[in-house]
Design a protein around this ligand. Structure first.
Ligand code: SAM
Length: 281
């Protein structure tokens, strides 16, 4: 929604809250086969990508989300070589995955090619690794890609999807998590964006329940700030086929290059669970 004073506002009806960014101008708008896509230049946050009226990313603060969607999961796997990203059409997660020298094959599967083409045009800094020979971009339904994958195809699966509505709803389901479990190797790790800890506790709890039901030995939320998302506080839920959710290659994590939010201390702290989110909290 854009008002007369040229502010973009995403309204959280259920919580009676909103997030507004002052705009300089609209750069692009179109409706693809899957969603409404808009790109704006803002006063204080660089460019802004909006899908179906929801803020997806800004130039200024997307690094927090992309780093936290990728590095805890990859450092939780003993040697991540084959990574699958479901969604993630803006390519920010792909860029972070390719910072890991152990990665030999990074597949990104977004249902909507238009997201990637607009990101290449308006967020080129997120697409700087797209020409890496290890990167493979596909445009199809992520559910089908996982269901068709051979058992043990991947070491890490990253589910960087829109909210659990429309074409993304099935990406939060128990059958999809079962398919992910099968597509992962014995030490496989899955991470899925899991919305706001303040607004979506039930969803977060149901995701952990569905992941455990799918066979994952451990599942736990990672919490981090994301000021342009609803409530300003976001989460990603990490699950492992083997081992404890909090175990990670700490020494290797301390050597990561180029991050601006993630480090080994942040990794450890992100698993700290506030009392209200604990079972019976
Ligand atoms: N960070 C954002 C968030 O937390 O809402 C997500 C950003 S990313 C752009 C979300 C992507 O999920 C979109 O590009 C959308 O096209 C993709 N997507 C939604 N449903 C999908 C599906 N079933 N298969 C593959 N990609 C899907």
């Amino acid at each position: 929604m854009i008002d007369a004073e040229n502010w973009f506002t995403e309204v959280e009806e259920k919580n009676g809250a909103a997030m507004s960014l002052r705009l300089r101008r609209r750069l692009h708008a179109e409706t693809s086969a899957y969603q409404r896509l808009e790109v704006y230049e803002t006063d204080g946050f660089g460019n802004l990508l909006v899908l179906d009226g929801c803020i997806m990313l800004t130039s200024r603060d997307n690094f927090i989300y992309h780093e936290m969607m990728v590095h805890p999961a990859l450092f939780s796997h003993p040697r991540p070589r084959r990574v699958l990203i479901i969604g993630g059409g803006d390519c920010g997660c792909l860029r972070e995955v390719l910072r890991h020298d152990s990665v030999e094959h990074a597949e990104q599967v977004d249902i909507d090619e238009r997201v990637t083409r607009l990101s290449e045009q308006f967020f080129p800094e997120l697409c700087e690794s797209n020409s890496d020979p290890r990167a493979h971009l596909h445009f199809e339904d992520g559910v089908r890609r996982v269901e068709e994958a051979a058992a043990g195809s991947y070491d890490v699966i990253i589910i960087d999807s829109t909210d659990p509505v429309g074409q993304a709803a099935r990406l939060f389901s128990a059958p999809f998590y079962r398919a992910c479990y099968q597509a992962l190797g014995d030490e496989g790790v899955l991470v899925a964006q899991s919305e706001s800890p303040l607004y979506h506790q039930q969803l977060m709890a149901s995701m952990v329940g569905n992941l455990n039901a799918a066979g994952f030995a451990a599942a736990a939320p990672l919490l981090f700030p994301q000021c342009t998302y609803p409530s300003g506080w976001w989460s990603a839920t990490l699950a492992r086929r083997a081992g404890a959710a909090r175990e990670f290659r700490e020494a290797d994590a301390q050597t990561i290059r180029g991050t601006r939010y993630y480090n080994a201390d942040i990794h450890r702290a992100a698993f700290a669970t506030p009392q209200f989110l604990r079972a019976g909290g």
